[in-house]
Design a protein around this ligand. Structure first.
Ligand code: PAF
Length: 281
């Protein structure tokens, strides 16, 4: 596995793949890898001939410096996991390689980035689209794999790629869950044992909403079911619940008519967790 820390190194490595006509599949990450990331890597293997992973804790997508400082990191363990998975190359740049002194250009999806989750985390998606554009320009993959767990992020990236005519296929990979249903996330390690148990309430509330949606219901009822299920767990606080049309992320109301995405943000023991589910009437 080739480990590259500079733009020049990763460009030379990818150029050697492309000169052999090999399809390059990219997995973007911020490290501290878990089984969810490994599923993205396996999907990349199925989609391409060569798999490239980037590990970069992107400072511009954290609006809270404390959150950035607390973001867990373990590069040696990450590299061992990627090596065991047969990854071809890892790009591991430092912050000044990606944001050199005087960097001022940003990329933003002006509507999708500022609604829903983006409205409570101003600048977050702008940081994501800016860094993803940089890495797409540096690596120039044929296909890139993103988790469906960050549902709004996936839709934002799809819109950016479409609007800017980027010749990259975006693949969404379903969420990987712990045995009890908790969506895997690097943040889960910050949960105290009793909060970890309580965190199961996120997937339970979405499951309850899905069951009701299948029998035909209204957006108001879905909202009530989510709120009631979360309220029954004293350690959890519902921070956001967005019920939107799956593709446009437009808020909907009244009876469910088409594929609908439910996205929730829940604070458990001071840790913000997210989960999502697509439901159909
Ligand atoms: O989903 C993530 O881990 C990050 O937002 C991404 C896409 C790697 C950009 O920093």
């Amino acid at each position: 596995m080739k480990i590259c820390t500079t733009i020049a190194e990763i460009r030379a490595e990818v150029a050697s793949y492309k000169s052999a006509d090999q399809v390059v599949a990219l997995v973007p990450t911020m490290g501290y890898l878990h089984e969810g990331h490994m599923t993205l890597v396996r999907r990349a293997r199925a989609e391409g001939d060569k798999v490239v992973v980037w590990i970069f804790v992107n400072p511009t997508q954290f609006e809270n410096p404390d959150d950035l400082a607390k973001y867990p990191r373990d590069t040696d363990r990450d590299l061992a996991l990627l090596r065991a998975e047969g990854v071809d190359a890892v790009f591991l740049p430092d912050v000044t390689e990606i944001y050199p002194e005087g960097s001022e250009t940003i990329v933003e999806t002006t509507k999708l980035a500022n609604m829903l989750h983006g409205a409570v985390r101003p600048g977050h998606f702008r940081g994501v689209t800016t860094v993803v554009t940089k890495f797409f320009n540096i690596i120039q993959p044929d296909v890139a794999i993103f988790g469906e767990k960050d549902y709004q992020q996936l839709q934002v990236i799809r819109r950016m790629v479409r609007d800017l005519h980027m010749p990259i296929r975006i693949v969404g990979q379903p969420t990987v869950r712990e045995e009890d249903g908790l969506a895997m996330s690097s943040r889960n390690v910050r949960l105290a044992p009793e909060d970890r148990q309580a965190a199961v309430v996120l997937s339970q509330s979405l499951k309850a909403a899905e069951t009701v949606a299948a029998t035909g219901t209204t957006v108001g009822d879905l909202r009530r079911i989510i709120a009631q299920t979360i309220a029954a767990e004293p350690r959890a606080k519902l921070v956001g619940c967005d019920i939107v049309a799956a593709e446009t992320l437009a808020e909907i109301s009244g009876p469910l008519t088409g594929t609908t995405a439910i996205m929730i943000s829940v604070e458990v023991g001071g840790v913000m967790l997210i989960d999502q589910r697509e439901v159909t009437p």
